[in-house]
Design a protein around this ligand. Structure first.
Ligand SMILES: [Ca+2]
Length: 103
């Protein structure tokens, strides 16, 4: 890889593909994120951003039909919110306040 390629920001298509790949990697063959897989995903993919308790709360929010598993549809429908949470957390550590704002 040359220096100029490294400086190029990733395209949106690249980011979407990466998001799908991250979901599939953690969801495994059943293409569903269990609570344990979700905890692993937040720990590995968003290191230091959520405590275990906060990750569990996020899982609850994502699991819209409350069946204990997160589909890709449930996952991606929360991504805009996660982007907002991520952005807000760069400036604040008050997780409860942030979750209230993005509920
Ligand atoms: Ca579900």
């Amino acid at each position: 890889m040359t220096g100029s390629e490294e400086e190029k920001p990733p395209t949106m298509a690249f980011l979407i593909k990466a998001l799908i790949a991250v979901f599939n990697k953690h969801a495994g063959e059943d293409k569903l994120l269990s609570k344990e897989e979700m905890m692993n995903l937040t720990e590995k993919e968003l290191p230091g951003l959520f405590t275990e308790e906060q990750a569990a709360e996020l899982m609850k929010k994502m699991d819209k039909n409350n069946d204990g598993a997160v589909t890709f549809e449930e996952f991606h429908s929360q991504m805009a919110e996660i982007c907002n949470i991520y952005n807000a957390m760069q400036n604040s550590t008050d997780f409860a306040d942030i979750m209230m704002r993005y509920r």
